[in-house]
Every structure is written in structure tokens, then in C-alpha cells.
Design a protein around this ligand. Sequence first.
Ligand code: F6R
Length: 242
Amino acid sequence: MKIIEVQNYDQMSQQAAKIIIETVQDRPQTVLGLATGGTPLGTYTYLVRDHQLNGTSYKQVHTVNLDEYVGKAPSDEQSYSYYMNKHLFEPANIPKTQTYLPNGLAANLEEEAERYTHTLQSLGGVDLQLLGIGKNGHIGFNEPGTSFDSETHVVQLTPSTRQANAKYFSSESEVPTQAITLGIATIMKAKRILLIVSGIEKAEILYQCLYGQIDEQIPASILQKHPHVTIIADQEALSVVN
Ligand code: F6R
């Protein structure tokens, strides 16, 4: 694992965007695996700025998101689909037909999870997967205890994850209780992984992920086994490591 230490959130975002931009310039038909949440927002801002200033083109890129809430329509401001359209797909002019998220409104969620796995396979897999990490070590919505062999599946969100995400809703009770997420085995199939981590509240879990036992109770610890992981973390996030 390659660890890039930066001073703060802004530098983390800039560095992550640089890696993504170079990847897309190198291979215009790249398949990008994307995340939502607070951590990648700055990265997306830098991607959009570069697109506007330097014209990096996303016309041939395909994107596959990690997850979506169950019960949220793309038109719903709290859906991950809405978030991606607003922060990246529209301002970076990524053709809508080349962007994929699980359908949280599917009548049969298990079938939808399977369909999403097939979508990913038909694209030839993810070239570069951007990841954030939850305070409990989750990646995607793979909560502690999820099998390392899991493929795309429906999950019950833990109280700690619903609490952490409550800031995006008017109350915790409005946070959906279920989501569809790429599984851990699915995430591990990405050719390259870019994990971005910022803030003191991620310091303890980042340390455990990097140097603790590889254990299903800490989903992100599996990243130790991936051959091409780059971690960009700021000083606060690395404060337990250092
Ligand atoms: C989001 C996702 C989650 C987040 C994690 C960290 O698509 O898959 O695993 O990356 O919950 O969220 P933030 O960045 O808000 O701390």
C-alpha cells in the first residue's frame, strides 16, 4: 500500500483529483468506481474545475457508484444519484447513459443487486475505485461483520452509520434503514484503489485498517491484501499512525 501524507482536506482532494485526471487522460475509456459522502466532495470539485479550465474529457468514461439508499428516487436530494449528478456528472459533462448506480426503488432488491453485478462485469470491471471509509471501518455500505466474499447485496444500515449520515437529513429517523452496495469481493476486484481519508475522527480506524489484523469486523482491513492501493490521508487522519 502506498500512503501519501498531505496536510489537510484540501490537499487530499487535490492529490486525489490529480490521480483521477491522469488516469482518465491516459485511458479515456476508464471505468471509474465512485463514492459519495463528505470525503470525495472536494475531489469532485477539483475534477470539475480541471474539466472547465483544462478540458479533460469524460465523454468516454463510464462510472459505477458503490452504493445507493433503498427507497430514494434519483430526483430525491438525499439520493446518491442526485448527489453524483449535482457534484460531478452534470458539471463534468459525463454522459448520463454511462453512469451507473444501483436502483434503490427496484421492486425486487435482490434481483437489482444481481443486475448491478452484471452491469459491472459487462463494463469489464472497475479500473480505478475511489473509496472513503466509515468510522467503523466500512467501505461502501459493507458494515463490520460483512463477509469478505460478498458481492453486490442489500444491507441493513447500522445505528452508527445512520447516525453518521443523519447530518444530510433533517433527522436521524429519516435516514433510510437499507442500502444496496457493492460487496467487499466486488470492490477488491478493482484494478486500482484510491482511498481518501481526512480528519481526526478517522485516525483510529485508519490505523487499524493499515496495521491491524485483517478481520471482517473491520471491512477496510482487507485492503491490505489488494496489490494496488494508494491511500491519501491528511495529518489528522494519520495522527495515530505517526
Ligand atoms: C459512500 C460510501 C461510504 C463512505 C463512508 C465515509 O458512497 O460508500 O462508505 O465513503 O461512509 O463517509 P464520509 O466521507 O461522509 O465520512
